[in-house]
Design a protein around this ligand. Structure first.
Ligand code: UDP
Length: 317
């Protein structure tokens, strides 16, 4: 197969690229480096089966040659990023998805949308099955991401139903691992970078809110299997192991052996109180579930951040 991955220099996009290449497929990566980073694809520079195009998918996009898959992973994905980039976030979810769908239709390719557990908002059902419609504030600060992804799902289903396009929608739950940006703003990268630099570890609110953390290799395997074997209905891919944010901070402190203190900071507006995937559907359809435990995954992520040049660990400017 030859597939296009938008957001191909991003955290998940670059791991997914490696997964396709490992099975002998060809990959065209597309990224405008708003939140992606060239280091994530530097190892592919001399790979004959890899091409890279620097481009913004929210503008008109054409790729030469055959494509069997178009996987749309481009988007700011950390709350801090989409608060700083509200309009590009809305555009890549709406216009970017439209361009990627149009390209898939033109090429007769399978389309794959990277959606998110954020479509469930601050959930009133726990854990969250795909049948739950969610509790999203459309006009709150997170609405730019949540509603863009909800629109992207609706547009994908419209192309599936109206044009008969072969489509997939994955709802990605909190994922962490190597190639996250050190100052990306998300909880795992923040805590590890703070611990390694002996800076105070910033717990937002009282730290009783929960998340369920999936290691990148598990997430990418689920995504790959969904692309290959799934159907058009949305599918959660995540690790159902649920922790409070305070528990996560304590684990990071223990594994890094830091003496950095925990400090409380204000809870961001509309921050979901709980989140955990119901993965019954992924298990039944794909035979997939996460394998990497939190401590093992955190240790690998700590090792990655510890290996980065100090320059990349500096606070956001
Ligand atoms: N969080 C935190 N400290 C940080 C960054 C995040 O306590 O330095 C909290 C945040 O308020 C949320 C959880 O960790 O409750 C997960 O945040 P993240 O930004 O990773 O992703 P989200 O799941 O909110 O999209």
């Amino acid at each position: 197969m030859r597939v296009l991955i938008t957001g191909g220099a991003g955290f998940l996009g670059s791991h997914l690229t490696d997964r396709f290449l490992a099975d002998g497929h060809e990959v065209v990566g597309l990224d405008n480096f708003i939140t992606g980073h060239p280091d994530n694809i530097a190892h592919l520079a001399s790979n004959q089966k890899y091409e890279f195009v620097q481009h913004n998918i929210s503008t008109y996009t054409y790729v030469k040659g055959k494509l069997d898959g178009v996987l749309h992973f481009a988007s700011p994905a950390s709350p801090i990023d989409y608060l700083e980039l509200p309009i590009p976030t809305l555009k890549v979810g709406a216009l970017g998805t439209h361009n990627a769908l149009g390209l898939a239709k033109e090429k007769g390719a399978r389309f794959f949308l990277a959606s998110t557990s954020e479509v469930y908002g601050d959930p009133l059902v726990h854990p969250q099955p795909e049948t739950y419609w969610g509790n999203v504030n459309p006009v709150g600060p997170r609405g730019v991401y949540d509603e863009a992804k909800r629109f992207a799902e609706a547009l994908t289903m419209a192309y599936h139903r109206f044009h008969g396009l072969d489509t997939r929608i994955v709802r990605i739950f909190n994922t962490y691992g190597p190639r996250m940006r050190p100052r990306d703003g998300r909880v795992v990268s923040n805590f590890i970078v703070q611990a390694l630099r002996n800076e105070p570890i910033t717990i937002y609110g009282d730290g009783s809110q929960t998340r369920s953390f999936c290691y990148a290799s598990d997430e990418v395997e689920g995504i790959y299997q969904l692309f290959m074997k799934g159907d058009s209905d949305p599918c959660n891919i995540g690790n159902p192991d649920e922790y409070t944010v305070r528990q996560l901070a304590e684990m990071v402190r223990e594994l890094t052996k830091t003496t950095a203190p925990l400090v409380e900071r204000p809870l961001p507006e509309d921050d979901p109180k709980i989140r955990k995937p119901d993965i019954t559907r992924a298990r039944a359809m794909l035979g997939w579930e996460a394998k990497v435990g939190i401590r093992e995954g955190l240790q690998k992520t700590i090792d990655y951040f510890a290996s980065l040049p100090a320059e990349r660990m500096k606070p956001r400017g």
